[in-house]
Design a protein around this ligand. Structure first.
Ligand SMILES: Cc1cc2nc3c(=O)[nH]c(=O)nc-3n(C[C@H](O)[C@H](O)[C@H](O)COP(=O)(O)OP(=O)(O)OC[C@H]3O[C@@H](n4cnc5c(N)ncnc54)[C@H](O)[C@@H]3O)c2cc1C
Length: 472
């Protein structure tokens, strides 16, 4: 049974009611043991919604690129996207919204999924994926079961509060999510953080940086710049304090130059800070900072001492550690052994190493490419080529035959307002024989500065272009 476009959208609308009567057992779901391919049955009648040639999990940058690209390659391809949110909300450019740059409003970030469904002719099921059965080739959703020939994973990230704060209770984590939103995942957190900034009186804004791999490494630092711009514009007395678990800052020299020249001592970056506790009633964050003693050990390394500190804040943006979205674990495909758990890929392909019928794109991809929206689009496009050739029965030479790949990433960060200025990083991708890697460059302009108004304009143009490409 195939679902057509209109039926799929209808099923999306009744999904919640269906979820109430469907009890799944034995699934690779978020709470079950993640043994591969063990999800098979429902208690009572199997609630199969339909079968699709290609099912894409996640209607974000990667997933929408795959769906659109496949329909453009061949309008007969039967493609279904499963997405849990009702509307698309963009993370890229959301920091500029916090900075209240001219002309930006919520409408700049929120898009209606019906638009690309109509424009490109793929189907969409609005429901949450709760399990995957690789043996039966089924995706279990809150609305029922969807069967597939080929599955594409593009579910993005999850937060990892539990491993970062093993002593915090579920209630405390829920309190942190509410009162100190991470705003690294599309949805209401960005809106909540914006409300907190709008309501703040004088005081400090604290931003914490995750450790390990995380989505868009420049994002916390761009956010610090934009909040500083907002506070300056609104004449709010206070600082923006960044608590970094290490010392690295993506685009570090460029951010530091901008902070110093645009905000004086308003942006404070603190190295080697481990968060110990947060009191959201008292609006206080406690942390331990490692500080060099000025002495070296026998191997020439700095000897550090630990200092316990606490800081009162007006607004806290606690960005927790990241991990691959739980959908990856549900699929049972092999992942990297680090705390993030990226999907292991089949050579320089976008097919997973574990399962020939499961592909992965976007932030969860196991290549060494930066986790950005731009890269999610690029990985999506490569995945489209592979799947389309396969379904047309044609041989496909993977794009990487030499070490150089004619592709890359560009990622802009807004740093200033009035005049609007931005910095950028580019990545050239190459195949090392193990994974596809990206080498970063942070260019300066002809005046010797990292930031420029021209880069800010390029940022706005990039955002307009990428959104038009996904939605029109
Ligand atoms: C503040 C910020 C600024 C950024 N700025 C830039 C930038 O300037 N340039 C740039 O290139 N990148 C930027 N990024 C990074 C970019 O947003 C991500 O890299 C990109 O969104 C990754 O695409 P994706 O498809 O992997 O994941 P996403 O775009 O997050 O899409 C994943 C989708 O899967 C859905 N989903 C998850 N779980 C389920 C489930 N169980 N069932 C159904 N659906 C599910 C989610 O709702 C979501 O819609 C920024 C990120 C942040 C946070």
């Amino acid at each position: 049974m195939n679902m057509n476009r209109r039926n799929a959208l209808k099923i999306g609308a009744v999904g919640v009611a269906a979820a109430a009567v469907s009890t799944l057992t034995g699934c690779n779901n978020a709470s079950a043991t993640p043994a591969a391919g063990t999800c098979a049955t429902t208690a009572g009648k199997k609630n199969v919604l339909g079968k699709h040639q290609i099912v894409v999990i996640g209607g974000g940058f990667g997933g929408l690129t795959v769906a659109k690209g496949l329909k453009k390659k061949d309008s007969k391809f039967d493609v279904l996207v499963i997405e849990k949110n009702d509307t698309f909300m963009s993370c890229p450019f959301s920091n500029a919204y916090l900075g209240k740059l001219e002309g930006l409003n919520l409408g700049t970030f929120i898009f209606d999924y019906a638009q690309p469904v109509e424009a490109h002719g793929y189907s969409m099921l609005r429901s949450e994926v709760i399990g995957i059965d690789r043996v039966a080739k089924e995706v279990h959703t809150a609305a029922g079961i969807v069967q597939y020939d080929i599955l594409v994973l593009s579910p993005g990230i999850d937060y990892d509060y539990e491993n970062q704060f093993p002593t915090f209770s579920k209630e405390k984590i829920a309190d942190l999510k509410r009162n100190a939103p991470g705003a690294l995942i599309p949805g209401s957190e960005h809106v909540a953080l914006d409300r907190m900034l709008k309501n703040m009186e004088d005081g400090d804004v604290v931003i914490t940086v995750p450790s390990g791999k995380f989505r868009c490494p420049p994002a916390p630092f761009e956010r610090a710049s934009m909040i500083a711009a907002y506070m300056k514009k609104e004449d709010i007395a206070g600082k923006v304090i960044i608590l970094n678990p290490g010392k690295d800052i993506a685009k570090g020299a460029a951010f530091k130059e901008s902070w110093k020249e645009l905000y004086g001592d308003k942006v404070v970056h603190m190295d080697f800070c481990k968060i110990d506790d947060v009191d959201t009633d008292g609006k206080t964050i406690s942390f331990t900072q490692k500080i060099p003693t000025g002495k070296k050990d026998a191997d020439g390394f700095d000897i550090m001492k630990e200092e316990k500190k606490s800081h009162k804040y007006a607004v806290l943006n606690l960005i927790p550690n990241n991990k691959a979205n739980g959908v990856v674990k549900m699929s049972g495909v092999e992942v990297t052994k680090d705390s993030f758990g990226k999907v292991l890929m089949n050579g320089c392909s976008f097919q997973t190493k574990t399962d020939k019928d499961i592909y992965a794109v976007g932030d969860v991809v196991g290549h060494g490419v930066p986790p950005s929206g731009q890269t999610a689009v690029w990985t999506g496009q490569q995945c489209v080529e592979e799947i389309a050739h396969r379904l047309h029965g044609k041989p496909y030479e993977l794009l990487v035959k030499t070490t150089t790949i004619n592709a890359g990433n560009v990622c802009y960060s807004m740093v200033g307002d009035k005049p609007e200025e931005a910095i950028m990083v580019t990545h050239d991708f190459s195949w090392t024989g193990a994974v596809i890697n990206g080498a970063a460059k942070v260019p300066k302009g002809p005046d010797g500065k990292f930031r420029s108004a021209a880069t800010a304009k390029a940022n706005r143009d990039w955002y307009r272009g990428i959104m038009a490409d996904l939605f029109n």
